[in-house]
Design a protein around this ligand. Structure first.
Ligand code: DAS
Length: 337
């Protein structure tokens, strides 16, 4: 690529585009700064690439979900279809960034790299981290290493495969890590240190068909467990209209015996039940959870509850049954060699 790369930035809001009354104020308005203004604040970006920008949402990512993710995915595919674009950067809130990145990995088939980036401090903050994250995201997708496409999260010098990004801190600048793998690359100044392979997800682009449908995704709820909860989380949950349910169990997928029995009954009655875990770095296998293999409750492998809900909702939208869905989650589990 002799010429400067052409990058298109899509703004969706979030802290990166937040504005507070003072540089040290804790409170700020999420989504107050347009994407075009964000890129104007990044010294050196114009030396790196020719950058265009648009803003499609201007809100905290706590307000974004499958409806907006689909709109974003369709816009990314439109932009990537242009010969005038070499890659896309999405500025986004951190709170649901990992779900948006996983959703985009599962539905997008764009053959150009997409980097989601965010910030832990608003644009008006003392030492705002957004400009550096935005520069690093643009640098990453301009690199020949990523010209094959793929979805990535670039935060605080880390380049993470989109499906592996998890948020680990409510306040730290270093608030994302890669799980179950490690970072794909590390940004050092204006250079990239490649660490691991591209690490595309085993289901990259598998649900592209969902983008062509105008239907909303099926409702999938998550129930979180606490010590001593007994079977209350399910006996009290309004699960009538949800076709899929994710249990955020303990440790490696354990739950009270009474709850396991209730979960098995739900699975037998036609709700697709997945068991994940409330821990940060999840690994739930058929042998580690409290339900028995033939109960029909599906172990989530390395997917946390929120990512399990994204995959389960897409699989249900695609018309897959419990056995076929279990096969998909198995791709995110340890496999006997
Ligand atoms: N404002 C929240 C969000 O949009 C937090 C953030 O952006 O960091 O996700």
């Amino acid at each position: 690529m002799a010429r400067k790369p052409k990058i298109h930035v899509i703004g969706t809001g979030g802290t990166i585009s937040g504005a507070g009354d003072t540089a040290t104020a804790g409170a700020y308005q999420s989504g107050a700064v347009e994407a075009a203004q964000l890129i104007a604040a990044v010294d050196g970006l114009d030396r790196l690439a020719d950058v265009s920008a648009e803003t499609i949402f201007a809100t905290g990512s706590e307000n974004l979900g499958p409806v907006q993710w689909r709109q974003l995915a369709r816009r990314i595919e439109e932009v990537c279809a242009s010969n005038d674009v070499d890659g896309v950067v999405v500025t986004h809130g951190t709170d649901t960034l990992e779900e948006a990145a996983f959703y985009l990995d599962l539905v997008c088939r764009a053959n150009k790299p997409v980097a989601l980036t965010a910030a832990m401090r608003p644009a008006t903050a003392l030492s705002a981290d957004g400009p550096a994250n935005l520069f690093q995201a643009a640098l990453s997708i301009s690199s020949p290493h990523f010209q094959g496409g793929g979805v990535f999260v670039v935060m605080n010098t880390q380049v993470i495969a989109g499906w592996q990004a998890i948020k680990t801190s409510s306040v730290a600048l270093d608030s994302f890590c890669a799980y179950p793998g490690g970072s794909v690359a590390r940004v050092v100044g204006e250079s990239l240190m490649m660490i691991g392979g591209r690490q595309s997800s085993p289901l990259a682009g598998r649900f592209h068909g969902v983008l062509e449908k105008d239907e909303e995704l099926p409702v999938v709820d998550i129930v979180a467990l606490r010590g001593g909860c007994g079977d209350r989380p399910l006996s009290n949950a309004n699960t009538n209209d949800c076709k899929g349910l994710v249990i955020a169990g303990f440790g490696s997928g354990t739950m009270p015996d009474t709850l396991a029995a209730e979960a098995a009954d739900m699975a037998r009655s036609g709700t697709v039940v997945v068991v994940s875990s409330r821990v940060g770095r999840v690994m739930v296998s058929a042998h580690s959870t409290s339900t028995r293999l033939d109960d029909g409750v599906i172990p989530s492998g390395c997917l946390n509850p929120q990512k399990s809900a994204v995959l389960l909702s897409l699989a249900l939208a695609d018309g897959l049954d419990a056995a076929e869905i279990a096969g998909l989650f198995q791709l995110f589990s340890a496999s006997s060699q």
